[in-house]
Design a protein around this ligand. Structure first.
Ligand SMILES: [Zn+2]
Length: 291
């Protein structure tokens, strides 16, 4: 029994000792907090900065996001003039036209030339013109027919020689010119470049869009510069504007149009644009700001 009491007493002593140690430790701990609290109260600036920092960080993140957006927009802008690229059929001769932008509302201002090609699959709804044998975009035909009727009334003989031309027809015309220059001894690339000054590449001609007519007149069907000396040419120069047609490839604009002088080639652009183009004395390229 005594032994058990002794053990219990010892246990109690140990318990009390542990308890007091625990008290002292807690006491020390609770004393220290004062300094810690002071530190903590001094520190608030730190958590503050810490809490503002994430804000700035998130701001930076937002900035980064908007920057990324701007980059995408910029990329889109530079991508806009989509070109045919190295896969283009005549890329070997240095040609790389951009795909023409088709505006369904201002369809009559469509620009096609060596630098702008009709989009793949572009279709033209054609209609036969007065005089027969040739067709144009059906939307041009009423204006064309009115002009021909007016010319007739003035005793002018205007013969439609070449209006709408299919892509395959344009291609064979172009190839024939390339072959001609190649037969003179020019390299394939040089022959192609020379051909392009006279016949446009398929899809880059206004004839492929059905927007232009090549005219002949009594005694002149061959589409040569002599057409400029005919009564028909004189009449067109004075009156075609009233019906929305312009002389497209003039003698002194070859550096812009990249096409030799063609007094026989008349292009529909609408009456308003015709008047502005004539008043400004510019090419269609310059008028559209795409020269
Ligand atoms: Zn023509």
């Amino acid at each position: 029994m005594n032994r058990i009491r002794l053990i219990l007493l010892a246990g109690l002593c140990i318990f009390v000792a542990l308890l007091s140690i625990a008290y002292i430790t807690v006491g020390m701990d609770s004393k220290e907090p004062e300094t810690t609290t002071q530190n903590t109260t001094q520190e608030p600036s730190q958590p503050d900065t810490a809490s503002t920092e994430p804000d700035t960080e998130s701001e930076t993140t937002t900035e980064a996001v908007s920057e990324a957006e701007t980059t995408t927009v910029a990329e889109n802008t530079t991508k806009e003039p989509e070109t045919m690229g190295s896969g283009y059929e005549y890329a070997y001769a240095g040609f790389n036209p951009s795909v023409a932008v088709v505006d369904s509302e201002k369809w009559y201002l469509l620009l096609v030339n060596q630098d702008y090609i009709l989009p793949e699959g572009y279709t033209v709804q054609t209609a036969e013109v007065k005089g027969g044998g040739q067709s144009l975009d059906h939307r041009v035909v009423p204006h064309y027919n009115k002009m021909i009727a007016a010319a007739e009334a003035d005793g002018i003989d205007l013969i439609p020689v070449s209006g709408y031309r299919s892509l395959s027809r344009q291609k064979s015309n172009f190839q024939r010119k390339i072959d001609y220059y190649a037969s003179l001894g020019y390299s394939k690339a040089e022959a192609t470049r020379l051909a392009a000054k006279i016949v446009l590449m398929p899809g880059t001609s206004e004839h492929n869009a059905g927007l232009a007519m090549d005219f002949g007149t009594n005694g002149n069907y061959t589409l040569d510069e002599n057409f400029a000396n005919t009564e028909a040419f004189k009449w067109l120069s004075e009156n075609a504007a009233d019906y929305g047609f312009i002389l497209r490839y003039e003698e002194d604009t070859q550096d812009i149009t990249k096409i030799t002088y063609e007094p026989w080639h008349w292009r529909y652009v609408g009456v308003d644009a015709t008047k502005e183009i004539k008043a400004q004395g510019v090419t269609l390229e310059e008028y559209l700001g795409m020269d």
